[in-house]
Ligand binder design. Structure first.
Ligand SMILES: Cc1ncc(C[n+]2csc(CCOP(=O)(O)OP(=O)(O)O)c2C)c(N)n1
Ligand SMILES: CC(=O)[C@@H](O)[C@H](O)COP(=O)(O)O
Ligand SMILES: [Mg+2]
Length: 622
């Protein structure tokens, strides 16, 4: 069947009885390909029938499907003629793991971060109506993503609509880990089919028993689905907001899904279709461990074991360990995550200090202001968050933390290039956006021991501190270079003259290679570990300017507003007679691919950096 899907809408040519076969073939195909490339498997296995149903009922690309997060769009990609792209899924130049408008006209909106789909969908609806056009808009949002503030803001706004807008709530009872909070509990209540049917039966049976109420009322209640639900589900959140609620619908039952979607598109106004799916459906290891298979590296299909075992501690591991050690000593330390407990290394902290661990759901904005409140109340909150997701909470950092100089620690994980997740997830803006905030201290460690030292330093600070570190294995060389952390001070690694190279954070590993290349080519080279982006070590820069012609600054952040630009500004302001060469990522989004390839492509790998430095230095000699 898969071979018959060459382009969008081809699915409509399949016979009814061929559709379950197609679903199984897609399932096998996804397990097979993701086992080789890695990717977001569990969520995708859960939405195969749901996606097929939408493609059967709606017309692509005229109708618009907007995927929340977009990590579950693999079947959509297959059904829109992109099956061959899976060979190079998430590889440089290959197909993205997320929807991309530039990849297909069937991808209506680019995503990667959560809880945006209802807002974007509503925008489409308003545009459609204003232009007098006629197409369906379907936003597909998971139960985890429904915990995000934007989703609620958009629902609130959507409730005013008079025209059709379909919101599909894909409820698999999971975020990456266990979903949390009141909305999750509420959905669980609606979800329990037994509860629903049981009570429905219970209500009618009870009514039947009441004399004089008679059959007509029972019949009326039977017919008025929403009234029954009003009786059964207290509050009926969506209906009360003015959003028609359809469901719960069995999410792996294709005919039912098609029927419900056909009904949903006839409703005038916003309608929420509550679909119950199973994360990892059809592949036992993923069904049993949906968290592990949420985003997975290449694995063995028979055992479900990841092919390449981790050999070294990651920065995330180091952070998690130090957090536990410090929290044992200091009862004020609290940890906050926005639905990324495992990814940020807080699982052990959670089990050791359950009262001091807070998973707030996918709600970075709230996480930051919540931390500000904790700090104001005398606690030592640590917000562990991926760099790109922290972008969400910019005003909260400025308005709620920075302004009051509250001692909140930001453990900014996945900083720099993250690799295969691509544009939406690269953590390449944090040095720029954090270091422009007054009262903020921003640092980045060169190796695993320095991360531990920085975290301990931050936990004693009297104001907000951000420590940024990357995804993956922590650098474990240069162990003897561990000068105590001094506020605003860089660390001299080796001092020579002529060329000075200041590296920021994990780019130290690359800087060591650059220095070796330069030395091999006959140049002398001073190497400095920058440590603090804010406050910048002006004294060190001034000292370097005295006996170096060139100061090269290396960082894995966009050039605009980054560390190098700040060194340049310092040199200009102090009128230092030295050339500053910032080497950073271009003022652009960086697509998916391995970090190694991306560094080469963007010119921040050791070889390109060496060449840039030699070229500039030669020019300065003339
Ligand atoms: C702003 C933001 N924070 C965190 C994430 C990381 N993240 C990706 S998917 C996900 C869970 C989403 O759960 P749900 O919407 O229920 O989808 P499911 O994976 O269950 O299909 C999280 C936390 C993100 N993509 N965006
Ligand atoms: C879709 C999403 O946002 C997450 O699943 C993300 O891909 C996790 O990234 P890590 O693999 O770096 O934890
Ligand atoms: Mg979910």
């Amino acid at each position: 069947m898969l071979e018959r899907i060459q382009k969008a809408n081809d699915i409509k040519n399949l016979k009814k009885e061929e559709l379950p076969v197609l679903a199984e073939e897609i399932r096998e195909f996804l397990v097979e390909t993701v086992s080789k490339t890695g990717g977001h498997l569990a969520s995708n296995l859960g939405v195969i029938e749901l996606t097929m149903a939408m493609h059967l009922v709606f017309q692509m690309p005229e109708d618009k499907i907007i995927w929340d997060v977009g990590h579950q769009s693999y079947t959509h990609k297959i059904l829109t003629g992109r099956k061959d792209g899976f060979e190079n899924l998430r590889k440089y130049g290959g197909m993205s793991g997320f929807p991309k408008r530039k990849e297909s006209d069937c991808d209506a909106f680019d995503t990667g971060h959560s809880s945006t789909s209802i807002s974007a969908g509503l925008g489409y609806v308003r545009a459609r109506d204003l232009k007098g056009e006629d197409y369906s808009v379907i936003s597909v949002i998971g139960d985890g993503s429904m915990t995000g503030g934007m989703a609620f803001e958009a629902l609130n706004n959507a409730s005013q609509l008079n025209s059709n807008f379909i919101i599909v709530l894909n409820d698999n009872h999971m975020s990456i880990s266990e979903n949390v909070g009141g909305m999750s509990r509420y959905l669980a209540k609606i979800r329990t089919a037994d509860f629903y049917t049981g009570l429905k039966k219970g209500v009618t049976t009870t009514l039947e028993k009441i004399p004089k109420v008679g059959d007509s009322l029972i019949e009326q209640i039977r017919r008025t689905k929403s009234s029954i639900k009003q009786l059964i589900v207290p509050g009926m959140f969506f209906e009360d907001m003015g959003i028609t609620y359809l469901g719960p619908v069995k999410g792996h039952d294709l005919p039912t899904l098609c029927r419900v979607f056909s009904e949903a598109r006839r409703i005038e106004g916003p309608v929420l279709v509550h679909v119950l799916t199973k994360k990892g459906k059809g592949y036992t290891p993923a069904e049993e461990h949906p968290g592990k298979f949420h985003g997975i590296s290449p694995f063995d299909i028979a055992t479900g074991e990841v092919s390449e075992k981790k050999k070294k501690d990651t920065y995330t591991d180091v952070f998690g360990k130090v957090m536990c050690a410090e929290a044992k000593e200091n009862p004020d330390i609290t940890a906050i995550t926005a639905a990324m407990e495992d990814g940020t290394g807080l699982s052990r902290f959670h089990s050791m200090f359950p009262d001091r661990f807070f998973d707030v759901g996918i709600a970075e904005e709230h996480a930051v202001t919540f931390a500000a409140g904790l700090a104001a109340g005398g606690m030592r909150p640590v917000v562990a968050v991926y760099s790109s997701f922290l972008q969400r909470a910019y005003d909260q950092i400025i308005h709620d933390v920075g302004l009051q100089k509250l001692p909140v620690v930001f453990a900014v994980d996945r900083a720099g290039l993250v690799g295969s997740d691509g544009e939406t997830h690269q953590g390449i803006f944090d040095l720029s956006f954090l270091s422009s905030i007054p009262n903020m201290t921003v640092m980045s460690p060169k190796h695993k021991w320095e991360l531990a030292d920085m975290l301990r330093f931050a936990l004693k600070s009297d104001g907000p501190v951000a420590i940024r570190y990357p995804r993956g294995a922590a650098y474990d060389q240069y162990v003897e270079y561990r000068a105590p952390i001094e506020y605003g001070k860089s660390e001299m690694i080796c001092e020579e003259s002529g060329i000075a190279l200041i590296s920021m954070g994990h780019m130290f590993e690359e800087a060591v290679k650059v220095r070796k290349n330069l030395k091999d080519a006959g140049y002398s080279c001073t190497l400095v570990n920058g440590r603090f982006v804010k406050p910048i070590d002006e004294e060190c820069i001034a000292r370097l300017a005295k006996n170096h012609k060139l100061i090269a600054v290396l960082e894995e952040n966009v050039i605009t507003g980054g560390y190098g630009m700040q060194v340049l500004e310092c040199a200009a302001r102090k009128q230092l007679s030295c050339h500053v060469l910032p080497i950073a990522l271009p003022d652009n989004y960086v697509e998916h691919g391995s970090v190694e390839v991306l560094r080469k492509e963007t010119g921040i790998d050791a070889q390109s950096v060496t060449e840039k430095i030699m070229e500039t230095y030669k020019e300065l000699q003339i």
